[in-house]
Write a protein that binds this ligand. Structure first.
Ligand code: ADP
Ligand code: MG
Length: 413
């Protein structure tokens, strides 16, 4: 197995090694049950988690973070790939080995309500996994529960309370105590603070950091919140549409991001510094569907840095808009524009009256004339031939960049 070091000493043994992890959900025709397509929720991701470190999995909603968590914990069977935990292949485990693995690798849910039974007292909820693991001595269980409650910042007396008597933050502390009750080596925390008030979020994060330092736990922290990730993670992996696009030590990725998507994500973090306002790169277009991901680099339909074809020299911002026009034509959202003048069409698509690159302008003008003449398909075909980007033709692989971290972008090829 190749090692994914990205900043770690190579002779360390990872606790968790995820290789080519893939989870596709078949889309079936209701009546016949035949497969009509598949949602590529997670599409071949690689990462390692070393003992005692926190690795962040970040990306917009829907990019496959929760699916990756469920697949790596064996809660759902992966479509492909291997998960090696402490030297053993989890995907080949029998039931007994699976049970041991489930004890050593715990999942902390986003919403504490979903993991707590409203009719079960806090103490019983925390003791339940111990009971499942075969700890039948009630006194010993009570001692462990009391100790866990204190470790997560609650008190032993809270064991008698019920979920409805607790605040969101307290419930998440109970969820954490429950996950820690069986002394796991790995905690996968899926958006552990997303359901909580902002004021409580940092308390829970601080608690996670403390627990990690005191018990040497490894953590996979899943979040769409980059601030959270920066605070807690040693290394991070950035996901886009089921794939990892950048991976490396957290500070390297934050101070010198190598993938345009990472740069866009970082630019979207709200800033309190007024000098930073207005310089943010905003992403155009919607997140494409994982059941029909774009060809080549999956980010090319939104990438501000999408590569121009050889021989053209178009202002990058304008080039992005031409790519957006191609996208509109592909989505067939341009029909209503027919019979407008090319000048009006340029305004509609925020394109300048004249591109500085004359040859590019001639192509664009011809395409706009075709749209104006009511033939958007022809315009789409012309633009696809003349303005094809390498990014739509070739999928970049994750490679070590000069900055040190790994990125999957043709600009680094
Ligand atoms: P994230 O946690 O990053 O928000 P998810 O892993 O929940 O993303 O989802 C990734 C993609 O997979 C989404 O497009 C989602 O709709 C799809 N998906 C998740 N679970 C299922 C499922 N059981 N069946 C079909 N599609 C699913
Ligand atoms: Mg999720």
């Amino acid at each position: 197995m190749t090692s994914v070091t990205d900043g770690r000493p190579e002779d360390d043994q990872p606790l968790l090694s995820v290789r080519n992890l893939t989870k596709h959900y078949p889309l079936t025709d209701g009546l016949l049950g035949t497969e009509t397509g598949r949602v590529r929720a997670v599409d071949g991701i690689d990462f390692d988690v070393y003992p005692g470190e926190t690795v962040g999995l970040v990306g917009e909603s829907g990019c496959g973070k929760s699916t990756a968590a469920r697949a790596l914990l064996g809660l759902e069977e992966p479509t492909a790939g291997t998960v090696v935990f402490d030297g053993e292949d989890v995907t080949a485990f029998d039931d007994a080995a699976c049970k041991r693995f489930r004890r050593r690798a715990q999942l902390l849910f986003q919403d504490p309500d979903s993991s707590l039974d409203p009719r079960m007292s806090v103490g019983d909820a925390i003791a339940e996994p111990l009971l499942v693991q075969g700890l039948t001595a009630a006194t010993r269980r009570r001692e462990i529960v009391a100790d866990l409650l204190e470790r997560v910042g609650l008190s032993a007396a809270d064991a008698e309370r019920y979920p409805h008597e607790l605040s969101g933050g307290q419930k998440q502390r109970v969820g954490l105590a429950r996950a820690l009750s069986v002394n796991p080596d790995l905690l996968v925390a899926d958006e552990p603070t997303a359901a909580l008030d902002v004021s409580v979020q940092s308390e829970i994060l601080a608690l996670l950091a403390d627990l990690q330092a005191s018990v040497g736990l490894s953590i996979v922290l899943i979040s769409h919140d980059l601030g959270v990730v920066r605070q807690l993670c040693d290394r991070i992996a950035v996901m886009y549409l089921g794939e990892i696009v950048e991976r490396g030590p957290t500070e390297d990725v934050f101070t010198d991001p190598q993938h345009p998507y990472t740069r866009a994500l970082l630019a979207s973090i709200p800033t309190t510094d007024p000098r930073d306002r207005g310089t943010a790169v905003s992403l155009t277009g919607d997140v494409p569907s994982p059941s029909n991901p774009p060809s080549g680099c999956r980010f090319h339909t939104r990438c501000p840095e999408v590569i121009q074809p050889d021989g053209y020299d178009i202002e990058q911002r304008i080039w992005r808009r031409i790519m957006d026009l191609r996208q509109h034509l592909a989505n067939e959202t341009v029909d209503g524009e027919a019979r407008a003048s090319t000048t009006t069409l340029r305004e509609t698509f925020s394109l300048p009256a004249q591109l500085e690159d004359d040859r590019a302008d001639a192509v664009l003008e011809t395409a706009l004339e075709q749209i104006a003449a009511g033939d958007p398909d022809r315009a789409a075909a012309l633009l696809a031939t003349e303005f094809a980007t390498p990014c739509e033709r070739r999928a970049p692989s994750l490679e070590v960049t000069e900055a040190g971290q790994d990125a999957a972008c043709l600009r680094h090829d």
